[in-house]
Ligand binder design. Structure first.
Ligand SMILES: Cc1ncc(COP(=O)(O)O)c(C=O)c1O
Length: 416
């Protein structure tokens, strides 16, 4: 299925990322994007600009400080627009793991002994451990297990787990191993009918299209900005009416000043400002491909998302087809992407060779990837995969090319 008639101009895309010209990285096919993506030059420029002329404590009256503060606000404002949130509904923290850890501390007050918290075994541990810890406050932890045949989380199974005691549901929008996109909107609707707070992990989803958090209707949503073409930071969205009532996790005198109430220490200033570069990159991408310049940000993001999804589908399906055709390699998750039902994050393992051996061979042929459990060790355990050797993960984004895909398939076919 073609999601968008206009094709992504891959040469334009790659011209925006200095890594493709850098002597160290230029000859490598980079397939480890789910671990962290390259950054466009706009991000590097914003970071350099901040460090050169405004690297002072922000929000004072003198110009360097005033501009530093204005740019921090601008970055927050632009990012909020990109995901259809309000500026006071997002915070930028050090990582998704830390953001969720702080959030779980803030939410523990809603737990009474005997209440239930649902976590999955498909998620990265960052969206499991903080919620499992609520056991210390009397919560019973209920696991929503993925189906062993197709590795999918079934909403019919979730329905059986929900009851009047369920308070929190933590679920991934897209697993960093299985790759399937879970229907977060349907999950949220079901949860809200039962007064359950939903925390969606969008870390493996957002690099393939920024979410519209209002459409998803989640209470909280998080993703790591270092995987969406930015520096090592992470964004946490919280619905204002929920965020407003969370107990303060920051300095006492900041009580009531959400979202800072759940952002102790605040953001890294220079990296926050560099996020303007991600907005600019996406804006450039839009302007390069589409004529109608008057669209608002969310409309532009929607069109770019379709453009990217179409390209990623074109790249991923040949790899999925190839892996699926091999009797000795086990592909995890769906063997076809269509209509954004899967991310191009493709995990597999062999019944003959170790994942480490396979990864090593791929590295020897300039294919950057690795074997690991990628902190989704409950998922790997449930799949019966050794969590030390792990799986090999081929993860792409919109800047990967069909030549890289063909090279990968050739090496898999001749050397693995
Ligand atoms: C799906 C998923 N969730 C959460 C995380 C944790 O993100 P962070 O490294 O920002 O803590 C990761 C990191 O790989 C991930 O892939």
């Amino acid at each position: 299925m073609t999601l968008e008639n206009i094709k992504l101009d891959i040469d334009f895309v790659r011209s925006q990322f200095p890594a493709f010209k850098d002597p160290l990285s230029k000859d490598w096919s980079f397939f480890e994007n789910a671990g962290g993506s390259y950054v466009p030059k706009n991000v590097i420029d914003k970071l350099t600009e901040f460090m050169t002329s405004t690297k002072v404590q922000p929000y004072a009256e003198y110009p360097m400080s005033k501009i530093a503060g204005e740019n921090m606000d601008k970055a927050t404002h632009l990012f909020a627009k990109m995901i259809n949130a309000k500026s006071n509904e997002i915070l930028i923290g050090g990582s998704t793991s830390i953001n969720l850890y702080v959030l779980s501390n803030a939410l523990k007050h809603i737990i009474n002994p005997g209440d239930e918290v649902i976590v999955t075994n498909q998620d990265h541990e960052a969206n499991i451990s903080p919620w499992r810890r609520l056991k210390e406050y009397g919560a019973n932890i209920i696991e929503w297990k993925f189906n062993s045949d197709d590795h999918e989380l079934k909403i019919s199974d979730l329905k059986k787990l929900i009851n009047s005691k369920t308070k929190i549901l933590a679920v991934t929008h897209c697993s960093n191993i299985v790759g399937s996109v879970n229907n977060l909107k349907e999950i949220s609707d079901l949860a809200h009918k039962n007064n359950i707070i939903v925390i969606g992990d969008g870390v493996s989803y957002a690099p393939h299209g920024f979410p519209n958090v209002k459409e998803l209707d989640v209470d909280f949503y998080t993703f790591s900005l270092y995987k969406t073409y930015g520096p090592h930071l992470a964004l946490l969205y919280g619905k204002e009416e929920v965020l407003r009532n969370l107990p303060n996790q920051n300095h006492e005198f900041l009580k009531g000043q959400y979202p800072y109430t759940i952002n102790p220490g605040g953001p890294n200033h220079e990296e926050l400002v560099s996020l303007i570069g991600i907005y600019e990159y996406f804006d450039n991408l839009y302007n390069h491909h589409f004529k109608d310049k008057d669209k608002d940000t969310i409309e532009k993001i929607k069109k770019i998302n379709n453009l990217i999804a179409s390209h990623e589908e074109y790249l991923a399906n040949p790899i999925l087809d190839y892996l699926y055709s091999r009797d000795d390699l086990f592909l995890i998750g769906k063997n076809r992407i269509s209509n954004k039902n899967r991310a191009p994050t493709i995990s597999f393992y062999s019944n003959i060779k170790s994942s480490k051996e396979i990864s090593h061979t791929l590295n020897q042929h300039n294919i950057a990837t690795r074997n690991d459990n990628f902190y989704a060790w409950r998922c790997l355990n449930a799949l019966g995969v050794d969590t030390t050797d792990g799986v090999i993960r081929i993860s792409m984004t919109h800047y990967n090319t069909i030549d890289e895909v063909n090279h990968l398939i050739k090496i898999l076919d001749t050397k693995i």
